[in-house]
Write a protein that binds this ligand. Structure first.
Ligand code: DOR
Ligand code: ZN
Length: 440
């Protein structure tokens, strides 16, 4: 145990000289943080411990390491119920804790689909018993994700769902999408759109461009994403509801969302590290670890996604953690499953944006804390005294080679395995418990 003798379930700790970054209160400076019995007791310069506290409080020198609100990933696939060979709520949330996350929102494409209160309740119960972070279920828009009959959103919300989405599939029927936006508005639930026109993506298995031509593989044009984003923006305007666009990957999508925001629409958007880090050039290896939907795009798209992050067009960074076993990946390109795991590689990739001057530290942290928390309306994303401690400690400078075989996730489909990383999660506290700690 790296913090010998300490109680991991309701710890008392004094972190000395951290760089405390809390965008929710505009804070970025050196401070001490006192945690008593799992609660954030005080943040301030040079905190003193009373004599009677010395024995029970563990003092940890941070020397400028970052202390940020517990990270929130608003888009993961936990695979339970139904595909426990890929991931479970226990392994997925342990993976989240190791990645610095104190909370995740999980998508409904499980088996059975999360389209009724019983499944939502099952996820919440299991997370409470076996989870290493908070879990916020996202309910389905259509029954069985089949795209025809709408789910009873009120029932889902009452059971604890924080949003609705058919993620993994688009809602192709525009009338259904309109009705979904209207119903969700009445319940103040955001609608998360997986924007893809299936007629345009059709038989495509990668991005359409020079690389797909070289490889002789069917391409998915940027327009497959963009026409659906345009449709959803128009429907959000019509219905005046809260639309959130998942995994934004193209320059045209960024442009459309930027214009919509300028126009005053209540729209938000997320991207994932693969879309600001990797391009379709990686596919020259034909390694199916790079197969994901939406697909890895061109360097021009990567630059546009970064610009969208920089100017606030893209509010949040999620991972779209999508575990698959080797069996689903070690097959020819066309047959391989779409998806990458992301929870245990996200933090250093987000820090690259800071080093590259795309985001300030405060803006980068906002995209994984208060911004997604505000979109989903969940109690995470800030560090105020009195709250149960949800916080993450990051060493922004530690350099290492990423080894996905050390991950807590059950799956190994990580495209960053073997790459040099800079920045590492040192400790995660969720709901007042230490859920992850590395010796340092
Ligand atoms: O690559 C993906 N994997 N994209 C999706 O939309 C779904 C996800 C999954 O569930 O595996
Ligand atoms: Zn997804």
């Amino acid at each position: 145990m790296p913090f010998g003798g300490n109680d991991y379930s309701s710890p008392s700790m004094l972190f000395r000289k951290g760089r405390v970054i809390d965008p929710a209160q505009g804070m970025d400076g050196t401070a001490d943080i006192l945690i008593l019995d799992g609660r954030l007791a005080e943040i301030g310069a040079h905190l003193e411990l009373s004599a009677d506290r010395h024995a029970e409080v563990q003092e940890i020198e941070l020397n400028g390491k970052w202390v940020v609100p517990g990270l929130l990933d608003m888009h993961v696939h936990l695979r339970e119920p139904g595909e426990e060979h890929k991931e479970t709520i226990a392994t997925g949330t342990a993976s989240a804790a190791a990645g610095g996350y104190a909370g995740v929102a999980c998508m409904p494409n499980t088996r059975p689909v999360n389209d009724c209160a019983a499944v939502t309740q099952f996820i919440i119960d299991r997370a409470r018993k076996q989870g290493s972070c908070r879990v916020f279920p996202v309910g389905a828009i259509s029954k069985g994700l089949a795209g025809d009959r709408m789910v009873a959103f009120g029932e889902l919300k009452d059971a604890g769902a924080v949003a609705v989405s058919d993620d993994g599939r688009p809602v192709m029927n525009s009338m259904l999408m309109r009705r979904a936006l209207e119903c969700a508005r009445g319940l103040d639930l955001p609608v998360i759109s997986h924007a893809e026109d299936l007629n345009l993506s059709h038989s495509g298995v990668m991005n359409e461009g020079a690389v797909s031509t070289k490889l002789g593989l069917h391409g998915i044009p940027n327009a497959a994403e963009e026409v659906m984003i345009a449709r959803d923006l128009l429907l959000a305007e019509l219905t005046q509801s809260r639309l959130h666009l998942a995994h934004v990957s193209t320059a045209g999508s960024v442009r459309l969302i930027r214009q919509a925001k300028q126009h005053g629409l209540c729209v938000t958007a997320e991207t994932a590290p693969q879309y600001f880090t990797l391009t379709d050039n990686e596919l020259m290896s034909l390694d199916t670890v790079y197969k994901v939907n939406p697909p890895l795009r061109s360097s021009a798209d990567v630059e546009a996604v970064k610009a969208g992050l920089a100017d606030g067009t893209i509010d949040a960074i999620a991972t779209d953690h999508a575990p698959h076993t080797a069996r689903e990946k070690d097959v020819e390109w066309g047959l391989a499953a779409n998806g990458m795991i992301g929870l245990e590689s996200a933090a250093p990739l987000i820090l690259n944006l800071v080093r590259d001057g795309v985001l300030t530290p405060m803006a980068a942290i906002a995209k994984v804390t208060c911004n997604p928390a505000a979109i989903l309306g969940v109690p995470l994303g800030s560090m105020f005294a009195g709250m149960k401690a949800d916080l993450t400690i990051i060493d922004p400078e530690e350099e290492y080679v990423l080894d996905c075989f050390t991950f807590r996730s059950k799956s190994r489909n990580c495209p960053f395995h073997g790459r040099n990383m800079r920045g590492r999660v040192i400790m995660t506290l969720a709901e007042g418990r230490v859920t992850f700690a590395r010796p340092f």
